[in-house]
Design a protein around this ligand. Structure first.
Ligand SMILES: Cc1cc2nc3c(=O)[nH]c(=O)nc-3n(C[C@H](O)[C@H](O)[C@H](O)COP(=O)(O)OP(=O)(O)OC[C@H]3O[C@@H](n4cnc5c(N)ncnc54)[C@H](O)[C@@H]3O)c2cc1C
Length: 221
């Protein structure tokens, strides 16, 4: 049996980006200047476009991002319908034994009222039990999965016993507009801790690749 890998991290990597801050500005200027509109100054325009809700120029640029994340995070990512997805198949390939375990910084106790819950660190018992139960559950399910594969059960049936803490991999492709909307929702304090970890990394990628657009988005928050 393969060794089991445990992680508390979200793998997020830029696969490809297209367009640029300059292209956002050029795309907007087509409406007033036509095709020959490449100008040096773009910052004020990009800021005004985002602030005033002229979103379509932000659709001319975009990114494909690769995620290595637990299945419960994948389930939240694929709710974003304005993206295109490519997700690892557990029908046509075997799972890899990598499972999520909450890290020590991950708050475990839910307090407050519905729609406005707060999370607190949790007691020592909650901390210890949560991690050991995640590990035991992953190990037990992996033994069962591996056994079924060994005796020739189809991947698509054996996978049924694997928990949502199993890591999977996917590509998520969308326009800059969609990614900024994603950041609005998934860097917010109401978003689940783990998808927020992933969204914070997406935010850093946007900041690096589209700095003017990023600062326009940040300034309008
Ligand atoms: C904190 C949080 C809690 C959540 N809890 C739940 C939950 O308990 N249960 C649950 O089912 N989901 C839940 N969700 C998912 C949420 O309801 C959305 O499905 C998800 O966030 C994607 O948002 P979106 O549709 O705006 O984004 P996208 O799918 O990327 O769409 C972007 C935008 O395109 C437009 N658009 C997309 N599809 C349509 C359409 N069919 N018709 C018209 N306009 C469209 C909208 O303007 C939309 O905002 C939660 C999300 C968050 C952030």
């Amino acid at each position: 049996m393969n060794d089991i890998d445990f992680s508390s991290e979200m793998g997020v990597e830029l696969i490809e980006s297209w367009g640029s801050d300059r292209k956002v500005a050029q795309s907007a200027r087509v409406s007033t200047l036509g095709l020959d509109n490449d100008r040096e100054k773009i910052t004020g325009l990009v800021r005004a476009l985002w602030r005033d809700g002229h979103f379509s120029p932000f659709e001319s640029s975009g990114m494909t991002i690769g995620f290595d994340a637990p299945m419960f995070v994948r389930d939240q990512l694929v709710r974003h319908k304005s993206f295109a997805f490519s997700v690892k198949s557990l029908r046509y390939s075997e799972a890899a034994p990598k499972f999520y375990v909450p890290g020590e910084d991950r708050p475990l106790a839910q307090v407050g009222k519905a729609l406005d819950y707060r999370r607190e660190p949790g007691t020592a018992l909650q901390q210890k039990s949560t991690r050991s139960i995640h590990r035991a559950n992953a190990e037990g399910s992996w033994i069962d999965y591996d056994y079924m594969i060994q005796i020739g059960v189809a991947d698509e049936v054996a996978r049924n016993v694997l928990p949502p803490s199993l890591y999977t991999q996917l590509w998520m492709t969308g326009s800059l507009r969609s990614w900024l909307h994603f950041l609005d929702q998934r860097t917010d304090k109401h978003a689940q801790y783990e998808i927020r970890q992933a969204a914070n990394e997406v935010e850093a990628i946007i900041c690096e690749n589209f700095p003017t657009t990023y600062s326009a988005w940040l300034g309008a928050k």
